[in-house]
Design a protein around this ligand. Sequence first.
Ligand code: FAD
Length: 462
Amino acid sequence: MTAPRIVWFRRDLRLSDQPALCAAAAQSGPVIPVYVLDDETPGDRRMGGASRWWLHHSLDSLNRSLGRHRSRLVLRRGDAAKEIAKLMRETGACEVHAIRHYEPWWRKAQGRLAKEVELILHDGNYLLPPGTVTTGSGDPYKIYTPFAKSARQCLPARHVLDEPSLTNPDEWPHSDTLEDWGLLPTKPDWAGGFGKAWDVGETAAHERLDDFADVVAEYDSDRNMPSVDGSSRLSPHLHFGEISVTQVSDRLARHTGQGADTFRGELLWRDYAQNVICQFPDYPSKSYRDYDDTLWRNPDRGHLIAEDLRAWQQGRTGYPIVDAGMRQLWATGWMHNRVRMMAASFLVKHLLIDWRHGERWFWDTLVDADYGSNGVNWQWVSGTGVDSNMFPRIMAPLSQSEKFDAGDYIREWVPELAELSDAQIHDPDDGHRPPQYPHRLIGHKEARERALAAYREMKAAQ
Ligand code: FAD
């Protein structure tokens, strides 16, 4: 019988528009789909808790979909490159197909594996292969706007592929069970709200896209309104590759108008983030402007940040919009984009806490936690990145909350404030604060002045 081919799944947990699977299936031999839970290769970028919850359900769903082809997902645990090479020896497989990934640890693992076995990498998780959109002089873009303008000229870069039919091996290699991996939280089970908020897997991703297609025309205005369900909520599905961004783009291609156009621009932020980590692999942990770490309050210099950081993480800052966002994040693993911006800005500017603390918290608690997108957005908000807001531009969470009509959103996530009127709810410390809701950690004016003074001091010392 022809030697089997291995398909190495990572953040591409789907059967349709899966170029690695299609390429392996197009040959005459059997296909062995495998996922390796690798906590070693990413080092301190081991997958966070919320992502593990999602991964469990996504792998379960993929395995059930493979069952339609009488196929199955082989589960292995350990150093991915070593485990794949071992599986090749065990099964006599002749080559490995995988979608190319750009996180620095995956780039290294791909390099190591390619030295040992025939590894064939495919593009497929981005609208355009990261690194291929370049300036006239051939350099990668650092700034989003010219990147997006140039990228739009090259789209669509490829066509959606159908789910292939699969040939199975006579004998299946050993597989762990999902339960062996303990990806779901137990003591305590903090993910109770996740199951209510999400349906996981490829079918659910397409259903969500169908629902979003009905409202995409309103996206341009509604996406900024936390009380309105106006964005796609596709981010975890896209992150885990349960649906490809090409499928999303293709499904909406016939939608014209500002809503769909703005949405296409947001999809390009996802591509842009990968381009940034291709150029700067340590971007999610290193400031890229001339910022000095003296800007942030720092326990090593006697500043007490632990309590403020905890209050922010737990949604007890006394700023309703920030608290609503942080509580939504804890309960569901997701936060509205505009509220992410406000919550992140509050940590960095109002509390003067190093953005990396926030990036790490999001990494652990978001179901869409993404090395590129998270790092790029944190640096953008903090004013520390290659393409970012200026640090002295400080968001005003109380007036932003009012401007974007966040009353119902706050009522949902901060029930202590549910009885307050629209006029009172954004700023309850203004005389309407129920006793069980915390005082502001710091007043807006005071926080703004402290942040600007720290910035001036840091600049003067440079
Ligand atoms: P929609 O508005 O429907 O957008 C569609 C898709 O476009 C998203 O699913 C996402 O894949 C992509 N997208 C939209 N906005 C952005 C953006 N600013 N940057 C990158 N991609 C974008 N997004 C993540 O996917 N993972 C993260 O870890 C992440 N961390 C963030 C951290 C901070 C501090 C901030 C301000 C934003 C972060 N984002 C992150 C971006 C954005 O908040 C989410 O992608 C968006 O809220 C997801 O909801 P949605 O699917 O409804 O988005």
